[in-house]
Design a binder for this molecule. Structure first.
Ligand code: DX5
Ligand code: ZN
Length: 220
């Protein structure tokens, strides 16, 4: 299984976003995590399609769009056109999750499914065969820089075992409060794609990425 770092640009310096993206790419981060917030599903507002369209060519990284948006099906096609490779939607935000997943695949992208800390991961069991990635939120979505919720480890373990029981080599991503000193815990629990915002962009993004990559590349 490949272990991947997905730096979340929510904590980046937008004056020099392209340069910072490039630094993370050169240091080994294969994905770039793009947090979209609508002020409805979550209290805050971040950025959307025009920003993705402008930055997606700045690196060759996989553009991993995390839509913290009510009824995201409305925007799937637009994110595809803007350059997203993966679109992740929240189970809690979709009236018809299967249709939303089909829409993402229909637009030629990988489909991610995310659950908030309060949602039982069991609710995703019947959907695992239809998705490309499961995202376990380890903070309440809406803001960067929050503290990792320790109960997330048990959810990750449960998710990994549900996937195994179905014979799936599923990508499992974790997002929120991940730093160099707790990343091994989430890998041990069963994650293979790690999102990190503050821990990458506060300070030197190249150095911080390299430190993560050292751990990820030597894991297992
Ligand atoms: C939270 C976002 C995260 C966030 C992670 O709602 O989905 O991607 O940027 O930031 P850190 O790593 O600072 O917790
Ligand atoms: Zn995110």
């Amino acid at each position: 299984m490949e272990y991947v770092l997905a730096p979340s640009i929510l904590s980046a310096d937008f004056k020099v976003l392209g340069e910072q993206m490039k630094m993370t790419e050169e240091a080994g981060a294969k994905y770039l995590h793009f947090d979209v917030m609508d002020g409805m599903f979550v209290p805050s507002i971040s950025f959307g399609m025009p920003v993705l369209k402008s930055i997606h060519g700045a690196t060759g990284q996989v553009m991993d769009a995390h839509l913290m948006v009510q009824e995201p099906i409305r925007y799937v096609e637009a994110f595809g056109k803007a350059g997203a490779d993966i679109v992740t939607v929240h189970l809690e935000a979709c009236k018809d999750i299967r249709r939303t997943i089909r829409e993402i695949h229909g637009c030629g992208m990988k489909a991610g499914l995310s659950v908030c800390p309060k949602t039982d991961v069991k609710e995703t069991e019947g959907l695992l065969k239809e998705i490309d990635m499961l995202l376990i939120m380890s903070v309440h979505p809406g803001f960067g820089g929050q503290k990792f919720i320790p109960e997330s480890l048990e959810k990750i373990r449960k998710a990994r075992s549900m996937a195994r029981e179905q014979g799936l080599d599923l990508d499992i991503q974790v997002d929120g409060g991940i730093y160099h000193d707790n990343v091994r815990d989430v890998l041990d629990a069963g994650v293979n794609i790690v999102v990190a915002g503050s821990a990458v962009f506060n300070g030197n993004p190249a150095e911080n990425t390299r430190k993560f990559m050292e751990i990820l590349e030597n894991y297992g």
